[in-house]
Design a protein around this ligand. Structure first.
Ligand code: SF4
Length: 197
């Protein structure tokens, strides 16, 4: 797409003013040059900004332990933030009684316009979802029903990009479901796949 920066800046401005979700209208959408490169070959789609992370810093996966884990994984893959793009199923931080909550299905649907627009602007070769909510958002765009438990770390060819569903790098997940060393291997496999494309 010519003039990616122009379209992205327009989109980011629109997101900054967005009040479509009534319960998120007091939150700022996390979409800016801090999300990464508009020419990235790999786009990561996670759940939503966290209260102690992107909801506070305005930069996806920064400022909390999930962000530290993500940076460890990125570093292990040999990438820097300016080589990839990171976004979320919901651009605003969903809270309940002051704590993070999962975005609702309606909020994910509301925000799918922004996810779709970002993917149209960047046109990545690979989309990596981090956690079930990120995968839910991509399923919505593709009209698919991929389940994380059955597809984790398996590249799925779609008409627009290769989809790789991975677990989220939050401390809870790395403790109970998929350890950080295992997630490091997942990231290395993405690098190998990307080189083969
Ligand atoms: S989550 Fe997305 S759709 Fe909902 S208010 Fe924020 S930017 Fe708008």
């Amino acid at each position: 797409m010519p003039d990616r920066a122009k379209y992205f800046n327009q989109l980011a401005k629109q997101a900054a003013k967005c009040q479509v979700c009534p319960n998120l209208s007091d939150q700022s959408a996390v979409l800016s040059s801090g999300n990464g490169s508009l020419t990235a070959e790999v786009v990561f789609v996670a759940e939503a900004p966290g209260r102690l992370g992107a909801g506070r810093t305005g930069i996806p996966f920064s400022g909390d332990q999930s962000g530290k884990n993500f940076e460890t994984l990125l570093d292990h893959a040999g990438w820097t933030r300016d080589q990839v793009f990171i976004t979320n199923a919901a651009l605003c931080n969903p809270l309940e009684n002051g704590n993070n909550r999962r975005p609702t299905a309606k909020e994910i649907r509301n925000c799918s316009f922004y996810l779709e627009s970002v993917l149209k602007i960047i046109r990545p070769k690979i989309v990596v979802t981090l956690g079930g909510v990120g995968l839910q958002a991509i399923n919505l765009l593709l009209g698919t029903k991929h389940a994380l438990g059955k597809t984790v770390a398996q590249p799925i060819t779609t008409p627009r990009f290769i989809l790789i569903p991975l677990y989220h790098p939050s401390p809870r997940v790395t403790h109970w479901r998929r350890t950080l060393p295992r997630q490091k291997r997942d990231f290395r496999e993405i690098v190998v796949l990307l080189k083969s494309l």
